[in-house]
Design a protein around this ligand. Structure first.
Ligand SMILES: [Zn+2]
Length: 142
């Protein structure tokens, strides 16, 4: 699988796992969720390994997420953040003050106990207010 197909799948799985897709998409949510489920099931089908259709499924996923301006913004920020993180891992991580690269439009929320982190990829993507483990308020990471 090529890198951009893998990233598309990661993004699609992540956005699907966020149960607050409804506020992101409003009335279009149910149709988008159905289409996402269909394409993700298609992408995960075992025969996709061999029949060469996976790039087409990934292209459909990208088209779906780019069709709505809110999911497009979310996807673009997700992809940008992933690539900045990879750049960090490649060698900038140990430089003082450079451990998190801010990406415009992204906000990270962390539990003060450091066990939980939520990355808000767009302003429509509403983070939980409390840590699921500690029941205490999350704080914005600078
Ligand atoms: Zn916690």
């Amino acid at each position: 699988m090529n890198k951009s197909d893998q990233e598309t799948l990661d993004a699609a799985n992540e956005i699907r796992s966020r149960l607050h897709l409804h506020p992101i998409l409003g009335n279009a949510a149910e149709a988008v969720e159905r289409e996402l489920d269909k394409l993700l099931a298609e992408a995960n089908a075992p025969e996709r390994e061999s029949d060469g259709q996976l790039p087409n499924v990934c292209m459909d996923l990208r088209d779906l997420l780019r069709k709505n301006e809110n999911t497009r913004e979310w996807l673009d920020n997700f992809l940008q953040f992933q690539s900045e993180q990879r750049a960090d891992i490649r060698g900038h991580k140990n430089m003082p003050g450079n451990s998190t690269t801010p990406v415009q439009g992204i906000q990270i929320y962390v539990c003060p106990e450091k066990d939980y982190e939520y990355i808000q990829y767009s302003r429509w993507d509403s983070p939980p207010r409390i840590c699921p483990n500690h029941n205490i308020a999350l704080k914005k990471k600078i």
